[in-house]
Write a protein that binds this ligand. Sequence first.
Ligand code: GLV
Length: 332
Amino acid sequence: NNTMTKNLKVLVSSNDFPASGLRVLEEHFTVVQTKYLNFGEEGRTLAKDDLLKLIPGCSALVWSSNLPITKELLDKAGPQLKLVATVSAGYNHCNLDELRARGIKLSNTPNVLAPAVAEIAVGLILGAARRFTENLDQVRRGEWEIGFDKVLGQDVRGSTVGIIGLGGIGQAVVKRLAGFEVEKFVYSGHREKPEAKALGAEFVTQDQLLAQSDFIVLAVPLTNETKHMINKDTLGKMKSNAIVVNVGRGDLIDQEALYDALKNKQIYAAGLDVTTPEPLPKDHKLFTLPNLFVLPHIGSATVRTRSDMGVLAANNVVNALTGKPLITPVKL
Ligand SMILES: O=CC(=O)O
């Protein structure tokens, strides 16, 4: 009976949270929503005043933002807070220690976004390999070259593709690339994955992956262990035609080292859907590189996927506040 839960307040930290998810929440709870503020240093940030005004007394936070969940925010929310439902697969912004200490649960939205993120990984692979940045610049500047032998790129056909992190997203990338006549898929990670066999992907050490791969796709979460996993040292182990693609988090890559490697043509190119910071300021030196293809963190940004993520986050809230197990809990 919804009248039991109607007095519970749920905060949605975005005014463009999908309507489908909002409907689920509004059926059960009193929903309050914050607006977005601006595109500043930290990226698209929440209206902080708005947030601090609305957060006290909330039983759940539906977090549709990469704004860090701070101790201050949790204090402000109050002891009745039961759940943070982040509308993302990644939860590096969620301060797990603080949530654990307070007995607050955390849910995320894995799986439903894997196909859309994998499609963007394929887009980045093609964009970097076929030099979309340079080619698009030429077209837009009216310097469109006649003839096909000017801006030559790399083939996916016949290549070795290395996936760092063969989880849901990594597997979806392999499935999507299966029609590209890739010669070999390799992957690295903590352990062999049972799904790898059916995908024809071979488990190798990270060093082997770096040394063999023509394309290196980063599909791991950001943790203390994975931070700057692509650095001067690991870039130095790659082939000179290597193309690095990142659909995880910006901090998986030491961007200074990547800049140097791209500038000196130590590797061929990179395609990034995630950077540090986001947005990357328009005068950032990475934008001077012709062999870098950047997208503004749009991995999950399709109508269907955002809707699925919104509904999943909302159903996690319903479960948490009606005493049922979370659908997609994050282990704390
Ligand atoms: O970056 C997006 C996500 O983690 O879902």
